[in-house]
Design a protein around this ligand. Structure first.
Ligand SMILES: [Zn+2]
Length: 111
């Protein structure tokens, strides 16, 4: 499953940060994810919960904000909401962004 690899990478990173900060518990994780990665947020949370069980991140709340890709015609500059081939003007439509997977912040309890 696609989401499982992301959940695993995320857990590794979060636990590393928690260890560096000598945290007792991770409470909240904020992510920004590019829409083009086609990650299902519920699946990602489910996978994270499963693999983080028994770690200090096990009850962390995950907040996800999706990032839209920029889809712009290279000729006329028209913007589109969805990935497509050519623009109506015949120009090539370029896609940038939308494949990010960013860990924005991790809230933790430190004692
Ligand atoms: Zn165009």
């Amino acid at each position: 499953m696609h989401e499982l690899s992301y959940a695993q990478a995320l857990l590794d990173e979060v636990l590393k940060l928690a260890e560096e900060n000598e945290a007792k518990r991770v409470t909240k994780i904020r992510l920004r994810i590019g829409e083009l990665l086609l990650i299902n947020p519920e699946q990602l949370k489910f996978c994270f919960k499963a693999i983080s069980s028994g770690t200090i991140a096990e009850n962390a709340e995950i907040e996800i904000e999706f990032i839209k890709p920029e889809i712009v015609c290279t000729e006329c500059g028209r913007r589109f909401d969805e990935v497509r081939g050519l623009c109506d003007c015949g120009g090539i439509v370029a896609v940038s962004g939308g494949k990010e997977f960013l860990l924005m912040s991790v809230e933790m309890e430190v004692e």
